[in-house]
Design a protein around this ligand. Structure first.
Ligand code: WT7
Length: 652
């Protein structure tokens, strides 16, 4: 028996891609950043904070009463001023902030001057409705410019926004409004998705029946569909139209609450993660500039995340806008009207930086290379990934097919709670390995430890923890300080535990291994789902996979894999392919990881942000009734998978 280990380290990767000399020569990030952070971490962060506009400078960088941090104490700033006024005042007002592309093909361009005007009017409108500094405003909108405008208008007057993703139900919306006691809801009649209008307003009508704190509902007209307007309801355009386009921003304390964002929470009550102003904006702007190598006057940057997720907050609104970036914003789905839509938009706006999620990359792999190949993608110069571990094969496909082998890839690890990217390669410095997020950014102190809190060392695997506070860390869970301490700071002494497993390879590069709740225990070996999934995806027939541990009499748990085949691959009845895949896993990472069973499916159960819900697959694999699936993006998926299970049995 081997010594008890937190997690096995099974796979091995020796490909590495060093940045080109041309990229290095022009890169924003230089090794001096690491040296500065190493020498004096707090001074390093103070230097980054000084890149923003402060009405009043801080007098203390950090106050750390574990687990409660305050950053840039005594400083005063306004997040919206930093994202708008500063650019206009310094002569960048005519630069494009957003190229908006609606799903039906309608477009609109907003310069920074336009955004300042719209946000000023919206700030005046909110003030007219009685919204004041310290209040909460719920935002429930599709991916349209008004979403960014509404967020910045809240920030401008010091009201905390709570953006609720438009795909959530009336019940979820109502629970979030009540938890934050929001006074106002900003929504729209609807939006466009998959070629048709969908409604949002009816869900708000339903939700506000049970939300006594809501005084008004502001409704953006997007689709023009029929909406019932009740006593509290006001059309956005009617209220905005009569506002002055001048608004003087007030400056708020660095620790003033900027926003609340609820993490979906598959079982427990959603957590209202809240962030404050100075530290959050500092780190969102810094990481955006360095990780994406942003050249604000030249680049066209596109982050495909919805505003309803933290990625939309930090890398559509606050980071990029504080940096004066030009962005693309797209309302709809990637396959409407065709599977080339994303690539057509890249070609049309000459997008140079693309930031997206592995789930979309694997979907593209499944569809096949003919779609990206039909468009000119040569404007791209840097690619980013976030949200889940990216399998080495998907990484290589991203590099070759989307990036034409010339773009550095940044696999960025972070969380709603961390506010900004903490682990990522820096383009121009790091030689990247396919599938690895590589290392902590300057100013971040992370470790991989075992159950006894010992560092695992190179070649080992365990729990990813952060041992020092960082400026954009969550300040708490709204209204639940004890739950905050309990959830993040209690498992290991004086360490933030992110809930993720990770390993260090022989060179010390960090590989994320998924949530530790998903770890499988096969004959006493703790195996991460990520490594087995990546082994499956490295087979040319497989586009995507999800594996779970199912109860097994012999081995405690056994590995059950669900796979989606690549475009053009046929699944012949019979066991040939399944056997081949099982042998492939054994060959790639070892016989211990060989799945007991492999089921070929057409879809996997995912949350609305694209994360695989392994809990539901575990129910299927253990022949149980499928548990709560209300957070599924597509509720029909589970039925399809269950029917596929009986056809795909394979045991020996
Ligand atoms: C969880 C946080 C952060 C924005 C989007 C998700 C997983 C995120 C990576 C990555 C491996 C990743 C982790 C993390 N995750 N990025 N690059 N490699 N895993 O935010 O919804 O708060 O989810 O997403 O498991 O804990 P979130």
């Amino acid at each position: 028996m081997s010594e008890e280990v937190a997690l096995e380290n099974l796979s091995y990767e020796d490909r590495a891609f060093a940045p080109s000399p041309e990229f290095v020569a022009q890169a924003n990030a230089t090794p001096a950043l690491f040296e500065a952070a190493e020498k004096d971490r707090l001074q390093f962060w103070a230097d980054q904070a000084a890149e923003l506009h402060w009405d009043q400078k801080w007098n203390q960088v950090l106050d750390w009463q574990i687990p409660f941090a305050k950053w840039f104490i005594g400083g005063k700033l306004n997040a919206a001023y930093n994202c708008l006024d500063r650019h206009v005042n310094e002569g960048r007002g005519d630069r494009v902030a957003f190229y908006f592309e609606g799903e039906p093909g309608d477009t609109k361009v907003y310069t920074y001057k336009d955004m300042l005007r719209e946000v000023s009017k919206a700030a005046n409108a909110l003030t007219e409705l009685g919204i004041k500094s310290g209040d909460r405003v719920a935002i429930y909108l599709p991916m349209i410019p008004e979403a960014a405008i509404a967020m910045l208008a809240c920030a401008r007057i010091g009201a905390a926004h709570s953006v609720v993703f438009g795909g959530f139900s009336a019940d979820s919306l109502s629970a979030r409004i009540n938890d934050a006691t929001a006074k106002l809801v900003i929504t729209s009649d609807g939006g466009f998705r998959r070629g048709a209008p969908f409604a949002l307003k009816p869900a708000v009508d339903e939700a506000v029946k049970t939300t006594p704190s809501v005084e008004n509902v502001l409704v953006v007209k997007r689709t023009g569909q029929e909406s019932t307007m009740g006593a509290k309801d006001i059309w956005w355009h009617e209220l905005i139209e009569k506002q002055s386009d001048q608004h003087t921003a007030e400056f708020f304390d660095s620790e003033h609450v900027l926003f609340i964002l609820y993490t979906s929470g598959t079982t427990a009550k959603p957590k209202g993660i809240f962030h404050t102003t100075g530290g959050y904006l500092t780190q969102a702007a810094f990481t955006h500039k360095m990780v994406f190598d942003l050249k604000p006057a030249k680049d066209v940057y596109w982050c495909t995340a919805d505003i309803g997720w933290i990625t939309g907050h930090s890398y559509v609104v606050y980071g990029p806008m504080a940096n004066g970036a030009t962005q693309v914003m797209y309302e709809g789905t990637p396959d409407t009207p065709t599977k080339s839509r994303i690539f057509e938009i890249i070609e049309k706006y000459k997008v140079s930086i693309l930031y997206t999620a592995p789930t979309l990359i694997r979907t593209w792999m499944k569809w096949g290379a003919e779609f990206p190949n039909s468009c000119d993608l040569t404007s791209l110069r840097l690619l980013g990934s976030v949200g889940e571990p990216i399998n080495p094969e998907a990484w290589m496909w991203y590099r070759e097919v989307i990036g034409g082998n010339r773009c550095p890839i940044v696999d960025t690890w972070w969380q709603t709670e961390t506010g900004a990217i903490l682990i990522s390669p820096l383009p121009g410095i790091t030689a990247t390995k396919p599938g690895s997020a590589m290392g902590t950014l300057p100013g971040i102190v992370g470790k991989v430890i075992d159950d006894e809190e010992r560092e695992v060392g190179n070649g080992g695997a365990g729990y990813l923890v952060l041992t020092q506070p960082w400026p954009s860390m969550l300040r708490g869970i709204w209204g639940e300080p004890e739950r905050y301490a309990e959830t993040y700071w209690s498992r290991f002494a004086e360490k933030y535990f992110a809930g993720d497993g990770a390993k260090l390879d022989k060179d010390g590069a960090i590989w994320l291994l998924g949530r530790v709740d998903d770890v499988m225990n096969v004959s006493g070996h703790r195996i991460s789902t990520t490594e087995v999934e990546s082994a499956l995806v490295s087979h040319p027939a497989v586009a995507e996979s999800a594996v779970v541990g199912a109860k097994d009499e012999m081995t405690g748990q056994a590995i059950v894999a669900f796979v989606i085949l690549r475009g053009g691959v046929e699944h012949h009845e019979g066991e040939a392919l399944v056997k081949e895949l099982r042998d492939h896993v054994a060959k790639e990472i070892g016989p211990i990881a060989k799945p007991r069973q492999i089921v070929v499916v057409n879809e996997l159960p995912k949350t609305r942000s694209g994360k695989i819900m392994r809990r539901l697959l575990r129910d299927v694999a253990e022949n149980r009734a499928v548990g709560d699936s209300t957070t599924l993006a597509d509720p029909n998926v589970m039925k399809l998978i269950q029917s596929g299970l009986s056809a795909g049995k394979s045991e020996d």
